[in-house]
Design a protein around this ligand. Structure first.
Ligand SMILES: CC(C)(COP(=O)(O)OP(=O)(O)OC[C@H]1O[C@@H](n2cnc3c(N)ncnc32)[C@H](O)[C@@H]1OP(=O)(O)O)[C@@H](O)C(=O)NCCC(=O)NCCS
Length: 218
């Protein structure tokens, strides 16, 4: 199992964040933009990063080298960026505006986007927010499918929202973050995210810890 950590972006991560943004989002925010988010009390800017290798992983790697096995294990990918995924949500009145969600290209379809979206919605709930919203390109079927899994529904369409391509945006909303049953929904999402990551060979430390502690922190 490879270990993942979820944490708030720190000043030390800024260069890696800009790099991930450039590769996955075509350069949505620059370094100043990320720096502003770090200091904004209304912003939850979260990242997933690979944890240090465990002793077991290190010794497995050494054994593989000793046996002359230079192939990547099936769990490894060609490069190991510092940050694997990034997501951001702004608290505006009682709404969570999800402004950013991206997973490194080499690590997509392994459950990281699902896990990070769960963490953002959990953070929004912890702030006492009531609903979440975001804009997504009409052609972005991967993201739309992910958001729909979390109960987001299309509420409108902004014509030619993306200036560079003239593409429309769908406006998605997810209500009920403050309802009494929402903690149970969060617990279900947490289990689903943990299970999905596990099937891809990942373990998210905080998710596992929270499974046992029944939901605090992020
Ligand atoms: C959208 C994005 C964040 C999804 O992250 P991800 O880690 O690849 O997604 P996950 O592996 O967690 O997938 C969770 C679910 O989302 C849906 N999904 C994800 N990628 C999909 C794809 N390529 N096609 C169809 N559904 C997809 C599936 O329902 C998937 O569940 P499953 O794999 O069990 O079927 C990622 O594709 C990305 O970074 N894209 C570029 C940036 C972007 O478009 N961000 C969204 C801006 S609004």
């Amino acid at each position: 199992m490879r270990s993942l950590q979820v944490k708030a972006l720190t000043p030390q991560d800024l260069t890696a964040a800009v790099d991930l943004d450039r590769r996955c989002l075509g350069g949505l925010w620059n370094l100043d933009g990320y720096q502003r988010e770090i200091h904004s009390p209304n912003s939850d800017l979260l990242v997933l990063q690979r944890s240090e290798k465990t002793e077991e992983e290190k010794s497995k790697g050494q054994r593989a080298k000793g046996e002359g096995n230079t192939r990547h294990s099936t769990l490894d990918t060609p490069h190991s960026p510092a940050l694997l995924a990034i997501g951001c949500s702004w608290a505006i009145l009682e709404e969570a505006h999800i402004t950013l969600l991206a997973v490194d290209l080499d690590y997509q379809r392994q459950g990281l986007g699902q896990a990070l979206l769960y963490c953002l919605l959990k953070a929004a709930h912890n702030r006492g927010l009531e609903r979440a919203t975001l804009e997504v390109r009409v052609s972005n079927q991967a993201a739309i499918a992910l958001y729909e899994n979390f109960g987001f529904q299309t509420a409108g369409r902004r014509k030619r929202y993306y200036a560079e391509t003239g593409e429309d945006a769908l406006v998605l909303w997810r209500g009920g973050l403050h309802h009494p049953h929402f903690p149970q929904t969060l617990a279900n999402w947490q289990l689903a995210a943990s299970d999905r990551l596990g099937r891809s060979g990942w373990q998210l430390q905080e998710l596992e810890a929270k499974n046992q502690e029944a939901g605090n922190s992020i």
